[in-house]
Structure formats: structure tokens, C-alpha cells
Design a protein around this ligand. Structure first.
Ligand SMILES: CC(C)(COP(=O)(O)OP(=O)(O)OC[C@H]1O[C@@H](n2cnc3c(N)ncnc32)[C@H](O)[C@@H]1OP(=O)(O)O)[C@@H](O)C(=O)NCCC(=O)NCCS
Length: 152
């Protein structure tokens, strides 16, 4: 199985819009309102500035060279070496280890290249697949919906 994460690009605009504008995804907190073509295009432009010049960076998850989801860093705080992380894997690709591999790749990137040592995720109590995914990757529940990972 080949899983990669790569920087989002303008050719991913429609892919991103399909995910963002799928109302069944809104409950996971990735986005809660419809995103226009213009907003999505601006978002990609900003994301390409890299997180150190911006406060978010988005990556496309590829499974055997097919786009399978998105993983992103947002609310980056330089002083605290901290960012939040969000992930979504398309339904048809779930349960194959893609989320796990993508999160591991992002953790490595944060530690080795971005100097981000703390990652946070906000996960609803009913979202057991996501809780399992993050807890398996050493995120600890510190309060309510908040899970934190510290690079070691
Ligand atoms: C959470 C999500 C990203 C997991 O992606 P995935 O590719 O299916 O995950 P994996 O196949 O790598 O599985 C990772 C772990 O998740 C858990 N998991 C996956 N599917 C599950 C399910 N249907 N029920 C319970 N646990 C599940 C398992 O514990 C698994 O680890 P294990 O195989 O060692 O037991 C995916 O379900 C998703 O996109 N959900 C909707 C969006 C979302 O909730 N995002 C997170 C917001 S905080």
C-alpha cells in the first residue's frame, strides 16, 4: 500500500470543494458552511505560502496515486510551536490504514521540518474512529474534546 501526503495545489481545487461542500462532513468540524470557488482558491494560495508564513497548511492524501483525502495544519502558533490538525479520508477509502499512515507522515513532517512540537485535535465524543486514530498515535485527551500530542 502506498500512502503519500503532498502539498495541495490549484489542480486540487475541485477535489477540495467536493469535500468541503459535502454537508455530511460538516459535523466533523473541517468546515461548517459552503465554500465558494473563490474562497477555496484563496485558501490554496495561502496554504502554498507554507505554515511558517501563514497559519495553515493543507495536504492531499494520496493512496496508490489516487486522491483519497485531506489532512491539514491550522491555527499555527509560532511562539508555542503548536498547530491544530484536521483529517478526512473519503468514505470509500476508510478502514485501510490510510488515516493512520497519513497522520504518522504529518507528525514526522512537523517534527523534522516544521519545528512544530505540539499538535492539537478537537474530536467529538461520538467520533470513535477519530478518537482511535489519534489515541493510537499518542494523542492524549487533556480536557473535553481536546487531544494533544507532544513530539518526543
Ligand atoms: C477518522 C478517519 C480520518 C480515519 O481514517 P481511516 O483511513 O479510516 O483510518 P485507519 O484505517 O487508518 O484506521 C485508524 C484507526 O481508526 C480506527 N477506526 C477506523 N475505522 C473505524 C471504525 N469504523 N470504527 C471504529 N474505529 C475505527 C481504528 O482504531 C483504526 O486503528 P486500528 O486499525 O489499529 O484499530 C476517517 O474515519 C474519517 O475521515 N472520518 C471522518 C472525518 C473525521 O472524523 N475527521 C477527524 C475529525 S477530528
Amino acid at each position: 500500500m502506498s500512502v503519500k501526503i503532498r502539498e495541495i495545489d490549484h489542480e486540487d481545487l475541485n477535489f477540495m470543494l467536493t469535500i468541503e461542500n459535502d454537508k455530511s462532513n460538516w459535523k466533523y468540524g473541517i468546515n461548517k458552511t459552503a465554500l465558494s470557488l473563490e474562497d477555496a482558491s484563496d485558501y490554496i494560495k495561502e496554504s502554498k505560502l507554507m505554515i511558517l508564513n501563514n497559519d495553515n497548511q493543507r495536504f492531499v492524501i494520496e493512496y496508490n496515486n489516487t486522491k483519497a483525502g485531506l489532512i491539514d495544519l491550522y491555527d499555527y502558533q509560532f511562539q508555542n510551536s503548536l498547530a491544530k490538525v484536521g483529517i478526512i479520508v473519503l468514505k470509500k477509502f476508510r478502514g485501510k490504514g490510510i488515516g493512520d499512515k497519513s497522520l504518522k507522515l504529518l507528525l514526522k513532517l512537523c517534527k523534522n521540518y516544521l519545528n512544530i512540537n505540539y499538535l492539537e485535535s478537537e474530536i467529538e465524543k461520538y467520533n470513535q474512529p477519530s478518537i482511535n486514530l489519534f489515541v493510537n498515535n499518542n494523542f492524549k485527551n487533556i480536557s473535553g474534546n481536546k487531544y494533544v500530542h507532544k513530539a518526543i
